[in-house]
Design a protein around this ligand. Structure first.
Ligand code: COA
Length: 357
């Protein structure tokens, strides 16, 4: 990532260009195997490898309703993937060769959208919809979520979102996955830990909150007073600011275009509110360079494509699972444990231990 330029890339290619020009599976192959397919036969071979892996793992068929009734899809995913990894017999990365690590990586990433959509449907008293091998990743995702074959423009918009969120440097969840991988633990442990990190509002939990903000604002004339009051109150405006980008987040710029191609009143409100929020933040937080991040338009795009807010963060988790697993494979190539040292700031040790009362 090049934060001051608003640019990020997957290996040697612009991630935004990949999102606009390639199917998601091509990018998945690029991250896992190091290269885009160079022939239709190579593309077909990768598709033939990953599509059958989407099926719900047998152990989950009977327990998924209980998991769904107990937890939101993101938390349910943690539990379900842990079981799926156990059923598969995922062994420590430390004991596996590259081929076995790659196989575990593909399975974990492939079942993630199936588990998430099944959990969502069960929670809403609907039966899970099995994956369809004739649909690509994005179209199949919407199919499993809604039970309806999506309009091509919706599948394409979601594909843009999914590709743009596959990977993004050492974000908190990817770093978590790498820390776990560095211990030589198994692929399931790495992905489950990463899900926990992604679930926090400051990381993956922002898009539904950004959409809530648009709901709360309602009309453009309310944008400035609502946002000003929040910032003065010490609150963060969800969907704005980024730890690395000091200029426009390229993912936000791309998703804004996608949103505008879909059109409608929500998109108009969002684009106007974006300008107001940036202006308010520049006034009240000068020098912090706070612009819209990926989450601001993510919620708008997903909602226009029929993804309910409850599934925004899970949809992010679906694509990010590909990035996590690719990072885990890379980390496992050189199993050196990540172990930062801590600086103790309390009373100087050793002090006498007080007598037992
Ligand atoms: C993404 C985020 C965690 C990055 O944080 P960061 O780079 O570590 O920035 P900091 O927390 O150091 O904040 C720097 C300053 O900008 C302010 N700031 C950062 N993001 C802000 C936001 N969204 N709204 C209001 N103020 C914000 C902070 O209050 C802080 O102000 P201060 O210097 O007066 O204390 C942060 O911008 C944020 O919380 N955004 C909202 C949540 C969000 O959209 N997350 C999705 C990220 S893709």
């Amino acid at each position: 990532m090049r934060g001051s330029e608003g640019f990020y890339h997957y290996r040697q290619y612009s991630a935004v260009e990949l999102a606009a020009t390639r199917p998601l599976e091509d990018v998945w192959r690029l991250l896992i195997d190091g290269a885009l397919p160079s022939t239709p036969a190579e593309r077909a071979a990768f598709n033939d490898e990953v599509r059958p892996l989407r099926a719900l793992p047998p152990i989950l068929v009977s327990v998924l309703p209980a998991i769904a009734s107990a937890s939101e899809p993101m938390n349910g995913l943690r539990t379900a993937l842990s079981l799926a990894a156990a059923e598969r017999g995922c062994r420590p990365l430390y004991d596996l060769d590259h081929a076995a690590r790659r196989a575990d990586a593909l399975l974990m990433a492939a079942v993630t959208p199936t588990i998430l959509t099944a959990l969502y449907r069960l929670r809403h008293d609907q039966q899970p919809v099995p994956p369809r091998d004739d649909l690509d990743y994005a179209a199949n995702y919407l199919w499993m979520l809604t039970g309806k074959e999506p309009e091509p423009r919706h599948a394409d918009a979601i594909k843009h979102y999914l590709i743009s969120t596959i990977d993004h440097g050492f974000n908190a969840s990817t770093f978590t996955a790498r820390v776990i991988a560095s211990t030589g633990a198994d692929m399931g442990a790495c992905v489950v830990g990463a899900i926990g990190a992604l679930s926090g509002p400051l990381h993956g939990g922002a898009p539904s909150r950004a959409l809530d903000l648009l709901d709360e604002i309602g009309s453009l004339d309310r944008a400035r007073p609502v946002v000003t009051a929040k910032v003065v109150n010490g609150e963060r405006i969800m969907g704005f600011g980024h730890a690395v980008y000091t200029t426009e987040d390229p993912r936000s710029a791309m998703l804004k275009e996608v949103a505008q191609s879909l059109g409608g009143p929500l998109v108009e409100l969002a684009t106007q509110v974006e300008q107001t929020v940036v202006a308010v933040l520049a006034d009240l937080k000068p020098g912090r360079h706070l612009n819209a991040n990926v989450e601001f338009y993510a919620g708008v795009v997903m909602s226009l494509c029929g993804v309910p807010p409850e599934m925004f963060t899970p949809t992010f988790a679906s694509s990010r699972a590909i990035g996590w697993t690719a990072n885990v494979i890379e980390q496992a190539r050189d199993l050196k444990i990540i172990r930062p040292s801590a600086r103790y700031v309390g009373p100087p040790p050793p002090q006498p231990v007080p007598p037992l009362l």
